[in-house]
Design a protein around this ligand. Sequence first.
Ligand code: FES
Length: 346
Amino acid sequence: MTKEIKLTIDGQEIVASEGQNILDAALENDIYIPHLCHHPDLKPVGACRLCGIEIDGGKMTMSCMTPVQDGIDVKTDSPAISQARKIALELLIADHHMDCLACAAASDCGLLDTSAYLGIQPDRLARLRPSDKGLPIDASNPFFQFDPNKCVVCGICVRTCDEIVGLGALGFINRGFKTVIGTFGNKSFVDSICESCGECVVRCPVGALAPKRPQFPAREVQTTCVYCGVGCGIYLGVSGDKVVSVRGDRERPTNNGNLCVKGRYGFKFINHPDRLTTPLIKKDGEFVEATWDEALELVATKLADRKGEQFAALASAKCTSEENYLIQKFTRAVMGTNSVDHCARL
Ligand code: FES
């Protein structure tokens, strides 16, 4: 069992878990500490220098890199902390394209949120040399694009691909002020080993990695992805009678919110005009629409003629466990054969 650690943050006594960092412990207790390079799914790296705190009146330290300790007294703000944060953030903003109105992340941007929290003043920014980077946007991926001009080099995308996806498709290119995020060999996303799962896109705190055609649903429906037998939890975003978005369900232990490319982006088939919505029966060499009763009647008649070794069933990973159980039961008990297999085994 994980040991409980008691500490005080801004005068509030909290209980954290041994090994937890102070930033996560504070956020879990609704105590906000500015941060850009930290994500609770990833190992901390202390890159953005925004999450500074003071412990027992000592020197400033990064809360994302500091584990909780019994009995410590943490201050999340002071004149020295505030000044250090503002300078760190102003330097990030100065190196960032601020076309916020045209940015897909404008309604959910870590840089804008942190700027508002710290009260960044435009006149202070005016004294800094603005970014002159005019780096090309990589729009090669069919689902998302990468705009390096908006990147704050927090490395969340790199760590996501490495620690969560296990692919390592992204890394840091160049050094110092010229550092950018790129794929191995600096190839376009579509020519790289990227599998388009979009895990980096959902964690990017700014608009650098952003969906190409973001649509905002009117409501969401909690359900299970139908692509394979893993059973990932998803929320389908619905607008009118159309599915317009998918996001992972972080509470579902099968996937903890993570999705593959099919689960996250492959939902267009749901409302596609080519999708079959009624059964078709071949008559005189042509498929014609039929009712479900007609189709079931035909299938039942044909199956009744082919019991025993003339019959074999191939089940699908798209079916639920219960449906796959029924297929094998039907094959053995009704059709009288053990010839049953499953596409996931092939
Ligand atoms: Fe701690 Fe970035 S969140 S340094």
